[in-house]
Design a protein around this ligand. Structure first.
Ligand SMILES: [Zn+2]
Ligand SMILES: [Zn+2]
Length: 176
């Protein structure tokens, strides 16, 4: 569960719910906005050849959550730690509970991003959906899930429209 500005509210472990659209990892979502390293490179570039070589080599690793052995391409040796997305989420769930954990820091980055958005684009003061201007509070809502530092990736919404917007996109679900 999140409050109206997207912070996790105490006591809930959203990654265990498997809800569509929930921001399981702020880190991976930031990555989505990045330009791939091989963009614009041709096959003759040595980096591309090295990448293709690395892809053929397989290495065996042990999952840091369940201990199971799994195989990955060598180039992913240093980036994978778990046999599956499920183990990764479970591991994150455990980690998040400890104060000052890596995941919590990532979550804080998300909070700081909102602070940055407010500083750069100003406080949201209108609703781009219902056009009502006299409400006491407005939010910056992210459109794409990429959390880019670009105005076009964000929408000014009143809390009501924000809530509805998130439900429509499957981020929030109706509560019983
Ligand atoms: Zn595992
Ligand atoms: Zn509205």
């Amino acid at each position: 569960m999140r409050d109206e500005v997207g912070r996790f509210t105490k006591g809930l472990i959203p990654w265990s719910k498997g809800k569509k659209g929930i921001h399981l990892s702020v880190l991976s979502e930031f990555k989505k906005g990045h330009i791939p390293w091989n963009k614009g490179l041709t096959r003759s570039d040595p980096r591309v050849a090295a990448y293709a070589d690395a892809q053929r080599d397989r290495v065996k690793k042990n999952c840091e959550f369940c201990g199971k052995e799994y195989e990955v391409n060598k180039f992913r040796d240093k980036t994978t730690r778990f046999c599956s997305g499920k183990c990764r989420s479970r591991w994150l769930g455990k980690k998040y509970k400890s104060v000052n954990s890596f995941y919590r820091k990532e979550h804080n980055k998300y909070v700081y991003l909102h602070i940055w958005i407010n500083k750069t684009f100003g406080k949201a003061n209108k609703c781009e959906m219902c056009k009502i201007k006299n409400k006491s509070i407005y939010h910056w809502a992210n459109k794409t899930g990429n959390y880019l530092k670009e105005r076009s990736d964000w929408l000014e919404l009143c809390p009501k429209c924000h809530y509805r917007y998130d439900i429509e996109r499957g981020i929030r679900q109706f509560e019983a």
